[in-house]
Design a protein around this ligand. Structure first.
Ligand code: ADP
Ligand code: ADP
Length: 231
């Protein structure tokens, strides 16, 4: 499970401008879709609608998860089904363990730290640099952008949702950090359906389907190979 379908979706934030117009596509369960296009093309709107940050009105099309209209799904089950890895994760001013485990465990419980350790082991995605052990329980920890990304990934891994929404960071991390994070994201995506706002060529090239958006419409779609063949 984890199949996502947009059926003729149109949306406007303010009834004057159109953010999406007649968008239809399908994400088969377990596959990856990369959303590309200029700023303002409608990429974030697609993710926000799927997460029901905004709701589609009547006549604006349908969004289905495993064949069910998401307007008929409770917020709680939708949140459980969808994991979000934002571009710039906002963390609590607490230790890493709490940040990873929040939402799943009570604050400051030893379970959180256990969860953090488990996440670290699991698929080896964490690989924090030196000092990780002490940072787990510490409060008021300052983390680098790369560390924040790892925390966000670990948090999502623990939640274990069938669907992922990824907003790829545009800001440059150092190369080795970026490689680690890319690897962690790839591990996270394995076996899940994903929609990514993609900026890196590697993400675009590895996606099962690329959707090119312009002014709220899909103007090209296909695999990397297929799209290259168009030129
Ligand atoms: P992208 O993610 O591709 O940069 P968006 O989905 O954020 O594009 O935006 C699509 C369109 O909707 C743009 O014209 C943008 O200005 C508009 N838009 C986005 N968010 C809002 C908002 N909260 N209120 C009004 N208009 C918005
Ligand atoms: P952006 O910074 O990309 O323009 P906004 O500031 O409009 O996004 O987002 C407003 C709120 O919506 C933020 O609190 C953010 O966490 C949430 N949000 C944005 N995109 C998503 C998404 N795809 N899934 C869940 N929440 C989102």
């Amino acid at each position: 499970n984890g199949e996502v379908e947009f059926e003729n979706v149109s949306f406007s934030y303010d009834h004057r401008t159109t953010a999406l117009h007649g968008v239809s596509f399908k994400v088969p369960a377990g596959s990856s879709v990369a959303l590309v296009g200029e700023s303002g093309a409608g990429k974030s709107t697609i993710l926000r609608l799927l997460y029901r940050f905004y709701d589609l009105g009547p006549g604006e099309g349908r969004i289905l998860i495993d064949g069910q209209d998401i307007r008929d799904v409770s917020q709680a089950s939708l949140r459980a089904a969808i994991g979000v890895v934002p571009q710039d994760p906002v963390l609590f001013n607490t230790g890493i363990g709490y940040n990873i485990g929040y939402g799943k465990f009570d604050a400051s419980s030893s379970e959180i730290e256990a969860a953090a350790q488990a996440a670290q082991m699991h698929e080896r995605i964490m690989s924090f640099p030196d000092g990780y052990e002490t940072k787990v329980g510490e409060r008021g920890v300052r983390l680098s952008g790369g560390e924040k990304q790892r925390v966000a990934i670990a948090r999502t891994l623990l939640k274990n949702p069938p669907i992922l929404l990824l907003d790829e960071a545009t800001s440059a991390l150092d190369t080795s950090t970026e490689k680690d994070i890319q690897k962690a994201l790839q591990n996270l995506q394995r076996g899940r359906s994903s929609l990514s706002i993609a900026h890196r060529l590697s993400t675009i090239a590895s996606a099962d389907l690329i959707l090119v958006l312009k002014d709220g419409q899909i103007v090209e779609r296909g695999s990397h190979k297929e799209l290259l063949a168009l030129d």
